[in-house]
Design a protein around this ligand. Structure first.
Ligand code: ASP
Length: 362
């Protein structure tokens, strides 16, 4: 080493770590910049996933589901197209599905073993990751609205049962009598299950949970999920839908996810948060990798996002679970991933996509 030589290693290390920090923290602003150039919006909804037999789907039944899904999608899209927030769009899409007896959320929720309708819901704002959730409520007409009120007007994230209902009363949230939620079809499902002494886990009664995820023109993401859970649930069983990170997650830096399926497995995998984490790191490593200089086409980006969601769903399947997810990204991708024969679903974007579907091959 000559007289003027200095050890450059500490400086190199400092530059490198500074670069990594600035690249990682630059990711959200890169996304915002994209959104500013061309404000996009995007929304995806689901009305549950499971083993659907096309033979049991009459044309009338199919039309009823498609109309209900389209109405929910339109309600959310209208808000986003007018420049409204992703949080408002998610609630606007979920409320009509909670009120529709076709879906297992709000009115038309499945019955517990004891013959009650116990409702769960959660919502998350990708701007600041504020979140609200409720479980085991029995008198709240639209549990998604209560979940959001927990987020905005309580110091908590997750409230249960009577306490949640007491909070709802203080907040003037609309209540409904038990008859509002109870439907004959769901009661019969419980009776069939009881006659055969089956548990909710032995038969496929996990249909009709609802959810929505959205990106608004300001580049903000939101996710929400609402459900009656699983037919014949007992002992105060809680599924993934109201669990932040399992059934619902939103983070402007990565994506917004809402899940449906066999809740126990979604909790164990932490599905919604896991997908968001993978996308966050995928994005960060793209910027850091040697290939970063190469432009990634929209198709390639789509494929990578789909792969990340599919990989997490494969993990659920490996443990023995089934179901599906919907997600939107800051770039406006609206993606489905499910390992069941069908998922009631729909998506719409500012780029002109507007579709609803039921079976896997459509
Ligand atoms: N995930 C819900 C639960 O386990 C059920 C469903 O999605 O249909 O409670």
């Amino acid at each position: 080493m000559g007289a003027h030589a200095v050890n450059m290693q500490p400086m190199k290390n400092a530059i490198l770590s500074g670069l990594i920090v600035s690249l990682l923290s630059a990711v959200p602003s890169i996304i915002y910049a994209e959104a500013e150039v061309e404000p996009r919006w995007s929304i995806a909804i689901h009305g549950g996933a499971g083993t659907l037999d096309p033979a049991n789907m009459t044309p009338e039944r199919r039309a009823a589901y498609e109309t209900a899904l389209q109405n929910a999608l339109d309600a959310g899209s209208a808000i986003l197209a007018e420049g409204g927030t992703a949080m408002d769009a998610v609630q606007a899409a979920i409320i009509p599905m909670e009120d529709d007896p076709l879906f297992n959320a709000g009115r038309g929720a499945v019955f517990t073993w004891e013959g009650r309708n116990e409702l769960d819901a959660s919502i998350m704002d990708g701007r600041d990751r504020s979140a609200g959730a409720v479980t085991g409520v029995t008198t709240i007409r639209n549990p998604i609205l209560l979940a959001d009120r927990v987020r905005t007007d309580s110091p908590h994230v997750f409230l249960m049962g009577e306490g949640a209902e007491q909070f709802a009363a203080e907040q003037d949230i609309e209540i409904a009598p038990p008859e509002w939620f109870a439907t004959e079809a769901r009661r019969q499902s419980l009776e069939r299950m009881r006659e055969r002494e089956l548990s909710a886990l032995d038969v496929d009664h996990k249909f009709g949970t609802v959810g929505a995820v959205a990106l608004d023109k300001d580049g903000n993401l939101a996710a929400g999920t609402s459900t009656g859970g699983m037919t014949g649930k007992r002992w105060g069983r809680i599924g993934d839908a109201p669990v932040i990170g399992a059934g619902t997650y939103a983070d402007n830096r990565s994506c917004a996810v809402s899940a449906t399926g066999w809740g126990e497995f979604f909790i164990r995998v932490g599905v919604a948060h896991e997908i968001c984490s993978r996308l966050r790191f995928l994005r960060a490593t793209n910027y850091l990798s040697m290939e970063a200089a190469l432009p990634v086409s929209t198709e390639e980006r789509d494929a990578m996002i789909q792969l990340a969601a599919d990989a997490v769903m494969a993990d659920v399947a490996e443990l023995g679970g089934d179901g599906g997810v919907i997600l939107v990204t800051p770039e406006g991708h609206a993606i489905f991933s499910f390992n069941t024969s069908g998922m009631y679903r729909g998506r719409a974007t500012s780029e002109g996509i507007n579709e609803v579907a039921i079976f896997a091959d459509e």
